[in-house]
Design a protein around this ligand. Structure first.
Ligand code: ZN
Length: 262
């Protein structure tokens, strides 16, 4: 339509009375038509260049998009990990005579695990011990973080333990998460596994019964507040690294073979 309008306007402006002038006029008209058509189809025409620039700017401003891929109309939600700093929202958990609480240890570690996961691009839900959001909760994985008694039991009351949510519809997922946590936590912290004391409280952990039953869930006791006090209070970064690596081991489907101890 634009071409037609231009052609009419250019051709209608020259009155032709003499033959020579007519030929001259026809030549000018032909030149004008060719020029107009050429201009309209030239790939560098101003209008088309603007369109190309507009497309380029759409790709350039695609938030979070990879260069070379098309923008998606709805962004994918980021994978989420749930963490329960044990006893948060209800009590301090186990307590030492000098006031050190299990809750403070659990929170120190849980929040550092969160930082590591967020830095990797995961979303993290920090949930209270009896959080209403645990009802039918689902995520890539859920880990509840606790620490053991501050009472002196015996010289063997040292080390950590992990228990999976066994009664779930997908115990295989929880068992693999537990194996990964055990393997990586042991490797990272050098703490021994304290297998003898996995209690009813761990295997029948409250949250395991209310979360969505196909979620991968596990509870870890980081160590004993009595004999492992030093590492629990002075190296929360190291403990968090162990839990974080365990979660990644599960997500990435890594080999969860236990490290060969010293
Ligand atoms: Zn606890």
């Amino acid at each position: 339509m634009q071409i037609l309008k231009k052609m009419k306007k250019t051709g209608g402006e020259k009155p032709l009375r003499v033959n020579i002038l007519r030929h001259l006029g026809l030549t000018i008209l032909l030149a004008a038509v060719i020029a107009t058509v050429f201009t309209a189809w030239n790939p560098y025409h101003e209008d088309q260049l603007t369109l190309v620039e507009r497309i380029q700017s759409i790709f350039a401003s695609n938030p979070g998009g990879n260069s070379g891929s098309f923008p998606t109309p709805t962004p994918q939600p980021r994978p989420t990990i749930g963490l329960i700093p044990g006893h948060q929202g209800i009590s301090g958990g186990a307590e030492c005579p000098d006031g050190l609480t299990e809750l403070s240890v659990n929170q120190n570690v849980a929040f550092k695990v969160m930082e590591l996961l967020v830095a990797d691009g995961y979303d993290v839900d920090i949930l209270d011990e009896k959080d209403p959001d645990l009802e039918n909760y689902y995520a890539l994985a859920l880990v509840s973080i606790h620490a053991d008694s501050c009472e002196f039991i015996n010289e063997q009351a040292t080390g950590f333990k992990v228990s999976p949510a066994l009664d779930a519809t997908r115990p295989d997922k929880s068992i693999r998460l537990s194996s990964c946590l055990t393997s990586r936590y042991m490797e990272t912290t050098q703490l021994p596994i304290h297998t003898g004391s996995i209690t009813h409280d761990m295997t029948q952990y409250y949250a395991f019964n209310i979360i969505r039953q196909d979620i991968a869930a596990a509870i870890i006791e980081l160590g004993f507040l009595n004999l492992d006090r030093q590492i629990l209070t002075e190296q929360p970064d190291l403990l968090a690294e162990g839990v974080y690596r365990g979660i990644l081991c599960y997500i990435h489907n890594e080999d969860a073979t236990l490290p060969t101890g010293p």
